[in-house]
Design a protein around this ligand. Structure first.
Ligand code: DC
Length: 222
């Protein structure tokens, strides 16, 4: 019998624009692990619900659409538009949507594509629900002011208009919806390491996270 070594899973949760996406991509590249932006699954569900002309608040329609997602569409740039982000936050509160997407996320973590040795998953409930056994868990935060500023710079960098006050207000509403929902709310796992990125640049966040992962990855057994 051939034993397949377990995948090394890094779970990264946190609110929008906290820096978790950048950190996840960098960690995955550095360690040669697969990366799954799980927000893309909720965004794809929101996008497909809107495209079909339905209301994202309808739990039955959203759950059926989540169960029929096409993984080839997860890197569609259309996922990043504001209306889709808003629809994603609404469909993400439906239990049926979350359970339709759970298996795909767990499979990715346990058997990363390409036979890679590990996986980095980022989202809101990775450390608490999707991968409670992850080898390392981070909870990445930053103040709403810093996150709004980052979003503005990101939009301006793509040549898009950005109203900072409106973006900040929207982030606060979305945080509340993600944190206060009954199903898999945004909250740190009990054993997550908190990384407040308000006063840190991307390099400093990466260095801090890498020190933790190195320690777990290369720790000598007692
Ligand atoms: O990270 P993001 O902005 O792409 O996420 C879009 C929405 O999906 C966000 O409102 C929260 C939700 N989401 C979730 O509920 N659980 C996840 N694991 C990832 C995202």
């Amino acid at each position: 019998m051939t034993l397949i070594p377990p995948s090394f899973v890094i779970a990264i949760d946190g609110p929008a624009a906290s820096g978790k996406g950048t950190l996840s991509r960098r960690l995955a590249r550095h360690y040669g692990f697969a990366h799954l932006d799980t927000g893309a699954l909720y965004r794809a569900t929101g996008r497909d619900v809107l495209a079909a002309g339905f209301d994202p608040a309808d739990p039955y329609v959203a759950a059926r659409i989540a169960a029929a997602l096409d993984p080839a569409s997860f890197d569609d740039p259309g996922l990043r538009v504001e209306a889709v982000g808003e629809a994603a936050s609404i469909v993400a509160a439906h239990g049926g949507v979350r359970s339709a997407l759970l298996e795909l996320q767990r499979r990715f973590a346990a058997t990363p594509p390409g036979g890679l040795a590990g996986a980095v998953l980022d989202g809101r409930d990775i450390g608490t629900v999707v991968c409670p056994q992850a080898a390392v868990k981070f909870f990445v935060t930053a103040s709403p002011e810093v996150r709004a500023r980052r979003r503005v710079l990101e939009l301006e960098g793509r040549g898009l208009p950005a109203d900072e006050a409106a973006i900040r207000a929207d982030l606060v509403v979305r945080d509340a919806r993600d944190s206060e929902r009954a199903e898999a709310p945004l909250r740190p796992a009990g054993d997550a390491i908190l990384l407040d990125t308000s006063a840190l640049d991307a390099d400093a966040v990466f260095a801090a996270a890498r020190a933790v992962v190195d320690q777990r990855l290369f720790a000598k057994p007692e």
